[in-house]
Design a binder for this molecule. Structure first.
Ligand SMILES: CC(C)(COP(=O)(O)OP(=O)(O)OC[C@H]1O[C@@H](n2cnc3c(N)ncnc32)[C@H](O)[C@@H]1O)[C@@H](O)C(=O)NCCC(=O)NCCS
Ligand SMILES: Nc1ncnc2c1ncn2[C@@H]1O[C@H](COP(=O)(O)OP(=O)(O)OP(=O)(O)O)[C@@H](O)[C@H]1O
Length: 202
C-alpha cells in the first residue's frame, strides 16, 4: 500500500486536500489530531509537558490550555524545541501504529499522512512519496489570520516556526499549487492520484 506524506505550512490547504484524497480511496492519518491525542491528561506526554512548562499551562480540569501553550512556544525557538522534543516521539509512535493497522486491514488504496511538520520531524522517512502543498507567503498569512482568528503578528510567528517554503519544496516528489481555485486544486489531486496511485495498483 503506497504511503504518501502530505505536507505544507500552516493553512496551506492540507485538510482540504485530504478530504479529496479520502473520497478517492485513501486512509488519512492527521498528525495534528494524533498530536492532540498525546496531550490528554495523565498521559506520559502530558506529565513531561507539565514538568517542563509548569502547571500554568493547565485548565482547571487539568487539560492543557492549547492557546496558552501556543503563545509560550511560537516565536520562541528554545521553548518550541523543548515542546517538539517531548511531543514528537509520542506522535511518531501513534502514526506508526496507525499505519500498521491500516495496512493489516488492507481496505484502502493508499495511506496519506497529513503532517505540517513532515520534514522537520523526520516523518518523511515513514512514507514513499512527499506531496507538498504550496502557497505564497501572503496567501498563507491571510488564510491563517482568517481561519484561526489570529493577528498578522501571531500568524507570522507560526509560519516562521516552520520550514521555509523553498526548503520544504526540495523534498517534494510532487508539488500541489493551492493558490488558485478549489476546483483547480481538485484537478491536480485527481491527476496525481491517477498517475501515482492507480497506475501502480493496476
Ligand atoms: C502548541 C499547540 C498546543 C498549539 O495548539 P493549537 O490548538 O493552537 O494549534 P494546532 O495544534 O491546531 O496546530 C495548528 C497548526 O500550527 C502549526 N504547528 C503546530 N505545532 C507546531 C510546531 N511544533 N511547530 C511549528 N508549527 C506547529 C501546524 O501548522 C498546525 O497545523 C499544539 O500545536 C501542539 O501541541 N504542537 C506540538 C505538536 C506538533 O508538533 N504538532 C504538529 C504535527 S506533528
Ligand atoms: N484553493 C483555496 N482557495 C481559497 N481558500 C482555500 C483554498 N484551499 C484552502 N482554503 C482555505 O484555507 C484555509 C486553510 O486550509 P486547510 O485548513 O485545508 O489548511 P491546512 O494546511 O490543513 O492547515 P493546518 O495544517 O494549519 O490545519 C481554510 O480556511 C480553507 O477553507
Amino acid at each position: 500500500m503506497k504511503k504518501i506524506g502530505l505536507t505544507g505550512g500552516i493553512a496551506s490547504g492540507k485538510s482540504t486536500i485530504s478530504k479529496i484524497l479520502r473520497r478517492l480511496g485513501a486512509a488519512i492519518i492527521d498528525a495534528d489530531l494524533e498530536a492532540k491525542a498525546t496531550l490528554k491528561p495523565e498521559t506520559k506526554c502530558w506529565e513531561l509537558l507539565v514538568k517542563e512548562f509548569g502547571r500554568g499551562i493547565l485548565k482547571p480540569d487539568n487539560t492543557i490550555d492549547r492557546k496558552k501553550l501556543g503563545n509560550i512556544v511560537f516565536g520562541k525557538p528554545e521553548k518550541l524545541k523543548k515542546l517538539n522534543e517531548i511531543v514528537h516521539p509520542f506522535v511518531k509512535e501513534r502514526i506508526k501504529n496507525k499505519m500498521a493497522e491500516i495496512e493489516t486491514k488492507g481496505k484502502h488504496k493508499a495511506i496519506v499522512l497529513d503532517a505540517p511538520l513532515l520534514i522537520e520531524t523526520g516523518f518523511h522517512n515513514l512514507v514513499d512519496e512527499v506531496w507538498v502543498v504550496d502557497v505564497d507567503r501572503e496567501t498563507q498569512v491571510q488564510r491563517v489570520m482568517k481561519r484561526d482568528s489570529l493577528s498578522r503578528e501571531q500568524a507570522i510567528a507560526r509560519i516562521n516556526s516552520q520550514l521555509p517554503r523553498e526548503e520544504r519544496i526540495k523534498y517534494a516528489t510532487a508539488i500541489i499549487d493551492n493558490m488558485g481555485t478549489r476546483k483547480n486544486t481538485r484537478e491536480q489531486i485527481i491527476h496525481l492520484w491517477k498517475t501515482k496511485v492507480e497506475r501502480e495498483i493496476n
